[in-house]
Design a protein around this ligand. Structure first.
Ligand SMILES: Cc1cc2nc3c(=O)[nH]c(=O)nc-3n(C[C@H](O)[C@H](O)[C@H](O)COP(=O)(O)O)c2cc1C
Length: 379
């Protein structure tokens, strides 16, 4: 083990809106499918998040702001009183454990299925997901989504704002608008999924319009210092083809630069990429960068610390990590002292119910105790 914490900015405090963060490590949002079928968080989720309360900030998993926005089975929601009550148990537990928490708001758009939500998914244009999608009955072919009318676009914006108010009622310090990873907002940004000829499509100004309106409506609802937004420039996940990535994001970020938002959160940020550097230059506020640790590969032995420090040096203010937090409830301490990290045990357990692969990852202290305790001697 090394002890380089004195020279690492990762463990320096930071402020975010009205929040004081004890370190610069953020738990990235991760869908874990442990809610009820109608989206109510379960008690085990309070345990899971409280275990990870030493993160500077937790961004809780994607939660749908309305019924048609549901992506997969057993994801969380935040549009009725039962959802608020379920989440309140989680935020209470995290606060009691000394942590701070935002909630991610995600509308799936075309990434949804009638077998899951009971509804035909909606999207900017009737372009289906070019993949199968997981439903309660297993993987199914995607259906053609229904093109949103202007009235539906306005109603969806209002649903995001109402969901943000619910999240604050549920005890979250703020919300993250999910405009990344191929879900509804990203579908509006991308040429491959947005074929509209009205004010919400066509030019870059048209394609960014919905995302800017949602972010501003959410900021109006709960205060801009309680709102972040997540983007994934160039990511092709969920069949996304942006077309003009280099134009979309500078325009989007310029369109939000004066909104006073708490942060911009960038997925798979590369400190050497010109677009990352441009985004850092034009975004005036806090930038959370999610390093690319190698998707589908084992976690790096240092848990991502080196890549995180490179991003801080390149201008990021906070660093988000996903799988390292999933597998290591005490990640902050492990990174601080240079201890080895637990690997994700079984990717099959990421999206299933129950405690296995969820609340049963060992702390460093547990492992040390096990190593020091002699095996019982048999008769
Ligand atoms: C199990 C799992 C669920 C995820 N769910 C979400 C999600 O709900 N919202 C989101 O924006 N990203 C989600 N992601 C992506 C992570 O936030 C993160 O960007 C990704 O895992 C890369 O970071 P990492 O290499 O540190 O894990 C998920 C990732 C994993 C592993």
């Amino acid at each position: 083990m090394t002890n380089a914490s004195a020279v690492s900015r990762l463990f320096e405090p930071a402020s975010l809106g009205a929040l004081h963060l004890p370190n610069r490590l953020v738990m990235a949002p991760m869908t874990r499918n442990r809610a009820t079928a109608d989206g109510v968080p379960q008690p085990i989720m309070a345990t899971y998040y409280a275990q990870r309360a030493s993160a500077g900030l937790i961004i809780a998993e994607a939660s749908t702001p309305n019924a048609v926005g549901q992506t997969y089975p057993n994801i969380t929601a935040i549009y009725n009183d039962a959802h608020v009550a379920g989440w309140r148990h989680v935020t209470d537990a995290v606060r009691a454990a000394g942590g701070r928490m935002f909630l991610q708001l995600q509308h799936g758009g075309r990434v949804g299925h009638p077998d899951t939500s009971g509804m035909t998914p909606v999207a900017p244009s009737p372009v289906p997901l070019p993949e199968t999608i997981f439903t309660p009955g297993g993987h199914r072919s995607a259906v053609v989504p229904r093109e949103m009318t202007i009235d539906e676009i306005r109603a969806t914006t209002a649903d995001f704002a109402a969901a943000a108010r619910n999240a604050i009622d549920a005890g979250f310090a703020g919300v993250e608008v999910h405009a990344a990873n191929g879900y509804l907002l990203h579908q509006f940004l991308a040429q491959g999924t947005n074929h509209r000829t009205d004010a919400y499509g066509g030019s870059v100004a048209g394609r960014i319009r919905f995302v800017v309106e949602v972010a501003r409506a959410v900021a109006d609802a709960v205060g801009p210092e309680r709102v972040g937004i997540r983007i994934a420039p160039g990511l092709t996940v969920n069949g996304i083809d942006e077309g003009d990535t280099e134009k979309i994001y500078p325009a989007l970020i310029s369109g939000l630069a004066d909104a006073g938002l708490a942060y911009l959160h960038m997925v798979f940020a590369d400190p050497h990429q010109p677009l990352f550097q441009e985004i850092r230059r034009i975004w005036p506020g806090t930038l959370i960068a999610n390093p690319d640790l190698g998707w589908g590969k084992p976690l790096p032995a240092d848990g991502g610390r080196d890549k995180s420090e490179q991003l801080l040096a390149a201008g990021a203010d906070l660093i988000s990590l996903g799988r390292p937090f999933l597998a290591n409830p005490d990640l902050v301490e492990r990174l601080r002292i240079g201890a080895p990290v637990n690997q994700v045990r079984d990717e099959g357990l990421m999206y299933t119910g129950g405690p296995a692969g969820y609340t049963d990852y060992p702390l460093l202290a547990d492992l040390q105790h096990r190593a020091e305790t002699p095996e019982p001697v048999g008769p």
